[in-house]
Write a protein that binds this ligand. Structure first.
Ligand SMILES: Cc1ncc(COP(=O)(O)O)c(C=O)c1O
Length: 379
């Protein structure tokens, strides 16, 4: 089934990304896991059917589980993975979420609350007192705490160790959406979280060519529950996509290193550009939670948000004027993507209209800057 097997306890994450999930070394055997296309399995075994288990999915689960240090289960999108976690919350249970979550997650949580399925409370992830207040509640404490760090798209930072402490004090599970960081930069289970969720679509797979999600749990028992959610909710990814995701993860470390190097340079240059009034990037010393982030992550990552000009029209003009960075949603691919987040009607209204989110790719940084600079000069 899903696997938490590591290639070795002491290997660096760069090495684990390359070696985890490979078949046993046998003469003339393949060095890569096969793409297995079979909805059903011969009777007499442990699993029997494709929603339960598939050899290619299991290899990917071993890779992701090894990278995060837990038991991984993959789903057909990040949203499917998030919904699988929400589904283990008891009827009427309390979910405390980041006040600024990824927009579709925020919308889904609002929907679950409106239907009476859950009670929803928001916490400012940068404010420990607010986290404590919202988790403890007024008589009804949290069952699940769902935080992003950094948050999408405001790049706010939560002290994950402190949040785990508060959640565990009331018996709640702490889930961290680690999509922005990837395990190459942050491993929430090591910091005390119970659950890590990924939109594998993004930095893990890294090539903007598939949709997939993953949940990684600290406990194998919780991992069994997550497989149960896949079996009953049915959001099973294809083995072709699992193959692509494994192939993408093999280069995770070098992609993140290069994108992050580029992002550090671009963030600093954006700070100094006259058309930019604010830059949100945890790698800048001016970021309010720069220190907290540095204590729990090994780098600031590849996501930058910034305010361009004074209006939605100004920001749109910038996104429409870049020739390299592509005006499209999503993130974490080898190619730079740029978008004005409030173009989506479901984006949080506290996100400024002129906020641009930039996912920095692995292109040459001077080419990227020349492109951004000329686009900013249009306003
Ligand atoms: C932080 C974050 N979480 C979850 C998701 C949802 O993932 P998917 O698009 O794979 O369903 C996204 C997608 O943009 C995201 O950015």
């Amino acid at each position: 089934m899903n696997s938490s097997q590591s290639t070795g306890p002491d290997y660096n994450i760069d090495t684990v990304a390359v070696h985890a999930g490979r078949p046993a070394r046998t003469p003339d055997g393949p060095i890569n896991p096969p793409i297995v296309t079979s909805s059903t399995l011969h009777a007499g075994g442990q699993y029997g059917y494709g929603r339960q288990w598939n050899e290619t999915l299991a290899a990917l689960e071993e890779v992701i589980g090894s990278l995060e240090g837990g038991t991984a289960t993959v789903y057909s999108s990040g949203m499917a993975a998030a919904n699988a976690v929400f589904d283990i919350v008891p009827m009427g249970g309390v979910i405390v979420a980041s006040s600024h979550s990824y927009a579709a997650v925020g919308t889904r949580l609002e929907e679950l609350a409106a239907n009476g399925r859950i009670v929803l409370r928001y916490a400012d992830v940068t404010d420990q007192a607010d986290i404590e207040k919202q988790i403890a509640g007024d008589g009804k404490s949290a069952d699940l705490v769902w935080f992003e760090s950094p948050t999408n798209p405001l790049l706010e930072i939560c002290d994950i160790r402190a949040a785990a402490h508060v959640a565990h004090a009331v018996g709640a599970l702490l889930a961290i959406d680690n999509t922005f960081m990837t395990p190459a930069r942050q491993q929430p289970l090591v910091l005390g979280a119970d659950i890590v969720m990924h939109s594998v679509t993004k930095g893990l797979a890294g090539h903007s060519d598939l949709l997939m999600g993953a949940v990684v749990t600290a406990s194998p028992e919780l991992g069994e529950q997550m497989v149960g959610r896949r079996i009953l909710l049915g959001a099973v990814p294809s083995s072709f996509d699992a193959f692509l995701a494994i192939r993408g993860i093999r280069t995770l470390s070098v992609r993140i290193d290069r994108s992050e190097d580029n992002a550090k340079i671009l963030a600093q240059r954006l700070v100094n550009h006259p058309a930019v009034s604010k830059v949100y990037y945890p790698g800048l010393a001016s970021h309010p939670n720069h220190e907290v982030h540095a204590q729990q992550a090994s780098g600031p990552g590849l996501m930058i948000s910034f305010l361009a000009g004074n209006s939605a029209e100004d920001a749109d003009k910038v996104c429409e004027s870049t020739l390299l960075a592509t005006n499209a949603t999503s993130l974490g691919g080898v190619e730079s993507l740029i978008e004005r987040r409030r173009r989506w009607s479901h984006e949080n209204v506290e996100v400024p209209q002129n906020l641009i989110r930039l996912s920095v790719g692995i292109e040459n940084v001077e080419d990227l800057w020349a492109d951004l600079d000329q686009a900013l000069d249009q306003i």
